[in-house]
Design a protein around this ligand. Structure first.
Ligand code: NZQ
Ligand code: ZN
Length: 425
């Protein structure tokens, strides 16, 4: 049986906390949480994004975009695109290739629906043909929403709430300035509807960037705090798919362990040596690979993503930075689901953190403590109270996350989620 890993399930659903793959028939057997499905399953790997990687690649934006389009929307955030010089390079390149553009600036971290709607109206008003997005995950995620909404007569939020399916999109190009989410190489868009107070995700094969320009040297200006937040996000992306109950797929496990080990070296290196090109380049490529579809190809579980779901609830309510939300929720989740899954956590502890205990229970506990310590060493908050969450809010947070069970390694209902928030407090 062929298992289509990208189009209809997995990430599309995790971001909304609606994990719908529990009862999938996999290789003729029912997969339910807690049951290991062993081996590399059949899969379809699809990642059509063409990546221009390296110093100076942004000078090719005009030539690549201008080969097909002559009037585009230039989308960016609040100031870094201009202060880092990327905006100037892209504009120069577009002009040199005769590409006319309109601008939409001010995409904020934890991007909001209203900015997507604003951009769609500029595209319609000025008859634009494509989008060039300069920024990190927030800008690129917004470009995906704009790309779908610009070709749809209804409300773009319909796609995020799954009442409409994407039929057509406007092509978009990403000029990545920050390595964290891998949005530059995947087809997920995570957006907050500020009027509903909901942060949710949309994954659709139509939403891959057509081309991504990834020049690590433009990331010299990314500050230490942002390197830490983005790095923690990339590590957690790998861990979400590593801990999804899959086993017997050594090539994937080793790949994931190597990615996390590399990230754990590169993140502090980049903080210490912000202008070291080689470090920035490796960090950029590792982050892109952490969530571009490779780590979970052939996995039965397709990623757990319960920590992400609980983190998104925090971002929707308190505008919590995504990486901070994960630094708090991921270790709390690990502690909660470890019982019964010690072998996987012990393997991670030994291979990634150098834990030597031969006893799985002890090794897994040491590994979880090691991850927590690593996140703290980067300056990330460890507890919900550190980011100002009031204890009285915890039941409401659990209610907001638990409109459907979340998690794959262990299916979590409302009481489990509340217990994890309490443990994280
Ligand atoms: O707004 P500007 O001025 O551009 O500043 C940004 C922003 O303040 C700054 N920045 C970007 N490039 C820079 C820079 N500062 C200095 N030099 C540069 N070269 O960094 C700040 C954060 O930017 P943002 O795009 O918000 O960060 P990130 O890339 O971490 O994206 C986070 C968003 O992506 C979502 C998160 O939930 C969050 O909303 N995610 C997207 C995913 C995906 N598409 O697959 C998966 C993730 O799990 C995540 O949910
Ligand atoms: Zn993430």
């Amino acid at each position: 049986m062929i298992f289509f890993f990208y189009p209809e399930m997995s990430l599309r659903d995790w971001a909304n906390g609606v994990l719908s793959w529990y009862d999938l028939t996999v290789n003729g057997q029912n997969f339910v949480d807690g049951v290991e499905v062993i081996g590399l399953l059949n899969f379809v790997y699809y990642n059509p994004t063409k990546v221009y990687f390296g110093t100076g690649v942004n000078s090719q934006v005009g030539e690549v975009v201008g080969g097909e389009f002559k009037k585009v929307l230039l989308l960016y955030g609040s100031g870094s695109a201009k202060s880092s010089g990327v905006y100037d390079d892209v504009v120069k390149s577009l002009r040199a290739s005769g590409v006319d553009f309109r601008e939409c600036a001010g995409v904020k971290p934890n991007p909001v629906l209203s900015k997507i709607e604003e951009a769609i109206s500029i595209i319609r008003r000025d008859g634009l043909e494509a989008i060039v997005a300069i920024g990190g995950g927030s800008v690129i995620d917004s470009a995906k929403g704009i790309s779908a909404g610009a070709c749809y007569d209804g409300d773009v939020w319909d796609f995020y709430k799954r009442t409409a399916k994407i039929a057509r999109v406007m092509p978009f190009f990403a000029v990545a300035t920050l390595s964290a989410t891998a949005s530059e190489m995947n087809c997920t868009s995570v957006v907050t509807n500020e009027s509903l107070g909901v942060k949710t995700g949309l994954t659709d094969n139509a939403l891959f960037p057509r081309v991504t320009f990834l020049d690590p040297s433009v990331q010299f200006s990314v500050p230490a705090k942002q390197i830490a937040d983005g790095g923690i996000d990339a590590i957690c992306h790998v861990m979400e798919t590593y801990f999804d109950g899959t086993s017997g797929v050594d090539v994937q496990m080793e790949y994931a362990e190597g990615l996390v080990r590399s990230l754990m070296t590169l993140i502090p290196d980049a903080i210490r040596n912000p202008r070291d090109y080689d470090v920035r380049a490796q960090l950029a490529w590792a982050s892109a690979n952490a969530l571009n579809g490779t780590t979970w190809a052939g996995h039965a579980g397709k990623g757990d993503f319960a920590s992400h779901a609980m983190g998104h609830t925090l971002s929707a309510k308190y505008d919590t930075v995504h990486g901070e939300s994960l630094a708090i929720m991921m270790p709390a989740w690990m502690e909660y689901v470890c019982a019964g899954n010690e072998h996987a956590f012990a393997r991670f502890a030994r291979r990634v953190l150098g834990v030597t205990s031969p006893v799985d229970g002890k090794a897994s506990r040491e590994g979880i403590a090691g991850m927590r310590k690593f996140f703290e060493s980067l300056g990330a908050p460890a507890r919900l109270r550190d980011i100002g969450v009031p204890a009285a809010d915890l039941p409401e947070l659990a209610d907001s996350t638990a409109f459907a069970p979340i998690g794959v390694l262990r299916k979590l209902g409302r009481d489990d989620i509340l217990a994890i928030y309490r443990a994280a407090f």
